[in-house]
Design a protein around this ligand. Structure first.
Ligand code: CP
Ligand code: NVA
Length: 301
């Protein structure tokens, strides 16, 4: 049983919860756990586009013997006059859990406040905890957590912020390099420090990746930031994960990206297509970790 009803950010989980979800995910992935969620339904609210999150939750529920309902921006009354609190209470009468991809993190909190069922954050402007679960399983599969060194290079965005917290929860050694003005929120760094392990802040991408076993990046321009595109691309000059930057890391260093990738911006095609990239394992692990989470949230309470 997990110590939380909802997953709004990764630090809603305790370190023990994270281990429990990752162990369950690994067992489901290996075919060693046949727990089913028959007759259970997941409602999936999307204010933003998605390839991986939508498909991994939907196929994940099918694999577990349940069902998922896609509720896109033009499918429901949310965003067209019906408030979140009404959406939340109505959906709670039909579905067993709600997954939501929203712009405003406070809307996700409001959804959870009014819901009678677990609410899972499928990405907000501030956080992407489901991505972090997949990232942690991928790192654990590749290296284990003991002694592994990870570098985050790029934007201090939703994916990066949840990843910082996730690394703090499991004790992974993380170094972060972000351009001036685009670092992680101070409150997130404080939360990581309270968990016992805030990241080291590097002055340059080169310093961050030195000795790293894993280099992780995400897009420079996130969904909803399109108007800041030119300004951000200029600010992120020098932060691209490319062969020159990886020359400062080891030959065996792996590269992670939550995807979708913008080749030529935050990462080169060459790196993404190289043996260093473990991005498809990350993408696959979205489904296994979310299934682990759903089983833990829906069968163990
Ligand atoms: N990584 C991730 O969340 O991808 P999608 O936007 O395709 O869901
Ligand atoms: N930071 C990106 C992640 C996409 C999965 C965005 O918010 O668009």
């Amino acid at each position: 049983m997990l110590s939380t009803t909802h997953l709004l950010d990764i630090d809603d989980l305790s370190p023990e919860d994270v281990t429990r979800v990752l162990d369950r995910a690994a067992a489901l992935k290996a075919g060693e756990d046949d727990t089913q969620l028959a007759q259970r339904t997941l409602g999936m609210i999307f204010e933003k586009p998605s390839t991986r999150t939508r498909t991994s939750f939907e196929t994940g529920m099918t694999r577990l013997g349940g069902h998922a309902v896609y509720l896109g921006p033009d499918d429901i009354h949310l965003g067209h006059g019906e408030p979140i609190k009404d959406t939340s209470r109505a959906l709670s009468r039909y579905v067993d859990a709600i997954m939501a991809r929203l712009f405003d993190h406070e809307d996700c909190e409001k959804l959870a406040r009014y819901a009678d069922v677990p609410v899972i954050n499928g990405l907000t402007d501030e956080a992407h905890p489901c991505q972090t679960l997949a990232d942690l399983l991928t790192i654990r599969e590749q290296f284990g957590f003991d002694g592994v060194k990870v570098a985050w290079v790029g934007d201090g965005n939703n994916v990066g912020q949840s990843f910082v917290l996730g690394c703090a929860l499991v004790g992974v050694d993380l170094t972060v390099a972000t351009p001036d003005g685009y670092g992680m929120d101070a409150a997130v760094l404080d939360r990581a420090a309270e968990l016992g392990a805030g990241p080291e802040i590097a002055a340059t991408p080169e310093a961050a990746v030195a000795d790293a076993d894993v280099v992780y990046t995400d897009v420079f321009v996130s969904m909803g930031e399109e108007d800041e595109r030119e300004e951000k691309l200029a600010a992120f000059d020098g932060y691209q994960v490319n062969a020159d930057l990886l020359a400062h890391a080891g030959d065996e260093t792996k590269v992670m990206h939550c995807l979708p990738a913008h080749r030529g911006e935050e990462i080169t095609d060459e790196v993404l297509e190289s043996d260093r990239a473990v991005v498809w394992d990350q993408a696959e692990n979205r489904m296994h970790t979310q299934n682990g989470l759903l089983v833990e949230l829906l069968t163990e309470r």
